[in-house]
Each structure stands twice: as C-alpha cells, then as structure tokens.
Write a protein that binds this ligand. Structure first.
Ligand SMILES: C[C@](O)(CO)[C@H](O)COP(=O)(O)OP(=O)(O)OC[C@H]1O[C@@H](n2ccc(N)nc2=O)[C@H](O)[C@@H]1O
Ligand SMILES: Nc1ncnc2c1ncn2[C@@H]1O[C@H](COP(=O)(O)OP(=O)(O)OP(=O)(O)O)[C@@H](O)[C@H]1O
Length: 285
C-alpha cells in the first residue's frame, strides 16, 4: 500500500520572542499559516527493517540528518515497529529558507506513518513526540492557521483561516542558521509585534488590520546581518505589496497582496533581483 502526504510551507505572520528560558530555548508567541507551496511524500512499508529515503533534490541528506529519517526512527521506536519504510520525497519548498520545509516533511511523516501502520495517533500525540525533530513540527502537523506558543509545542488552531489573499515569497541566495540567530539576538533590541491584534484581525476577517500588524522579532537582526533581506522588503512595498515581513529566522521575505495582478507585479519586480520568487495562495484552513 502507498500513502501520499502533502507537506506545505509555513509563514510566520507574527513572531514575538518573549524571553530566553533556562534551557537556552526562547519562549515565543506566533501566528502561523500555511501556503500552497508543498512537498509531496510517498510512504511504502518494507519487510526488511530499514529506512530508505529517495528524493529529486540531490543536495539533501538521506540519512539520519534528514528530518524524515529522524521522525521514522522516533515512531518506530515508540511503537516497536519492526517493518521498514521507504519514503520518496518530491522537494518543492526551498531549503533553509525560513519556510519550515524540513519541519513540514517531518510532520507529513507523522501523518503518513500514522495511516500506513494504523497507529491511531491524535495530532496531540504526534506533536508531543515531534519536538526533538524541530520546534516548527507541531504547527506543521496541524498545518492550519494557528496561534503557537512555548518553543513551538503549544498549537492553538484559530476558528478561521487568514483572509483570502496572495502571497509572494522571495528567497535571496543565502542561508541563515536559526541557532545562530537565536544565540546572537539581543533581547533588549527586539521589537514585539502585537500577536493579539493579528489574532483579532484573523478572527474578524479584517485583511487591512492583518496587514498593519505583521511583524517578526528576528527581522532586524537578520536584516542587519544580510542587508539584502531589507532590500527585498523595501522593493516589495515599492512594487505595491500591501505588507511584507521576513518569515521565521529568514532569509525569505513574504508579501501579502489582496489582488492576484498586484502579486504578479511584485513578483515580476523582484525577479531580476532574486532567483527564487513564488506567487502562492494561503491554504483556506
Ligand atoms: C524561528 C522559527 O522558524 C519560527 O517558526 C522556528 O522556531 C525555528 O525552527 P527550526 O528551524 O526547525 O529550528 P529548531 O531546529 O527547532 O531550532 C534550532 C535552534 O534555534 C533555537 N531556538 C529554536 C526555537 C525556539 N523557540 N527557541 C530557540 O532558541 C535553539 O537554539 C535551537 O537549537
Ligand atoms: N526533509 C528535509 N527538507 C529540507 N531540509 C532538510 C530536511 N531534512 C534535513 N534538512 C536539513 O535541514 C536544514 C534546514 O532546512 P529547512 O528547509 O527545514 O529550514 P527552514 O525552512 O529554515 O526551517 P525553519 O523555517 O523551521 O527555520 C538544511 O540544512 C537541510 O539540509
């Protein structure tokens, strides 16, 4: 039997770093949503007890460094599964972009193996097992508009999706190390987006309010280190985006546009500047 799961990219509409905890991790408050830019994973059970990952992306590790591999190991161990698993990954989400690609693949692996081995895990069960793989995995298991707290383990789905709009994603040719960003961040200097206002905007389906309150505490740090990230944001606004902000620890910046034609204009304006430009929709969930 073959099981297919879709793993969608996430964006952080709001990311507030509250404080550093004693264990070194940062307490966060975020509003997250998923967009229609997705990897596809196909799962097959193997009689032999081994984990095999194949992918069309030649640069990704296919061993224990891959989030998919780590997730399968956790599930196999937790449920004492002696069968093996083959996963074929069609990679579409840019890697190390701030779009949670690896986390989303891990989340799809939880959902996929749940079906493949009929484990009856709830989303809560999956989220509880998933944190060692990555702090974005719990959100990606739900993969719907949510308020996310703690280090990422508390996922509270919102009653409505974000107001329908177009999202332009632009990734410059550089990678950002999330651990380094958190380690070097000066908490005295960060700005604090109003997560409560973002939540209110979504719950009242108020697109204009949503665009006013986008914000990310990690943005200033990453922009100082990589000025191109600021340039992308400025250009997006110049080309008519309703709002723009960096996602996660970057370097991808996303813009929101009410109209498709405007999103296309923003994308065309950025194409000469950056190689990776995508126009996508938010998922209606
Ligand atoms: C910034 C976000 O993208 C927001 O969605 C995520 O929290 C980061 O998710 P990620 O890239 O999967 O990163 P993880 O592998 O979970 O964490 C990498 C490192 O970032 C730091 N980290 C991460 C999350 C968090 N709440 N506090 C932290 O201080 C920790 O040093 C951790 O070892
Ligand atoms: N399945 C996977 N897909 C993508 N990257 C993976 C995967 N497994 C392991 N990695 C490694 O994880 C690193 C980060 O990749 P990923 O695309 O998840 O980052 P990201 O989008 O910045 O995540 P986040 O937004 O959660 O910070 C890369 O160096 C990559 O080699």
């Amino acid at each position: 039997m073959e099981i297919i799961e879709k793993a969608s990219a996430k964006i952080n509409l709001g990311l507030d770093v509250l404080y550093k905890r004693d264990d070194g991790y940062h307490e966060l408050e975020m509003i997250m949503a998923s967009v229609d830019l997705s990897d596809y994973l196909t799962f097959t059970a193997l009689d032999e007890d081994k984990i095999v990952i194949t992918t069309d992306n030649g640069f990704l590790p296919v061993d224990g460094k891959n989030n998919i591999y780590q997730t399968i190991e956790i599930i196999k161990q937790h449920y004492a599964i002696t069968k093996g698993v083959h996963v074929d990954l069609k990679k579409r989400i840019p890697v190390a972009a701030g779009l949670g690609g690896g986390s989303s693949d891990a989340a799809a692996t939880f959902r996929g193996l749940n079906r493949l081995f009929e484990l009856n895990m709830t989303y809560e069960d999956m989220a509880a097992l998933s944190i060692p793989v990555g702090t974005d995995v719990p959100y990606c298991i739900y993969s719907r508009t949510a308020l996310v707290k703690g280090v990422g383990e508390k996922v509270i789905p919102l009653a409505r999706p974000i107001p329908q709009c177009w999202v332009v994603l632009v990734k410059p040719k550089l990678s950002v190390s999330t651990p380094k960003v958190f380690a070097r961040l000066s908490l005295d200097d960060v700005t604090h987006p109003r997560i409560d206002k973002l939540q209110e905007a979504i719950e009242t389906n108020d697109y204009d309010m949503l665009t006013r309150y986008l914000g990310n505490s990690l943005e200033t740090y990453t922009m100082k280190k990589h000025p191109v990230v600021r340039q992308i944001k400025e250009k997006m606004l110049q080309f008519g985006a309703d709002a723009a902000v960096m996602s996660g620890s970057g370097p991808t910046v996303f813009a929101l546009c009410r109209k498709q034609s405007r999103a296309q204009r923003v994308a065309n304006g950025l194409k000469g500047f950056c190689e990776e430009v995508y126009v996508v929709r938010t998922l209606n969930q």
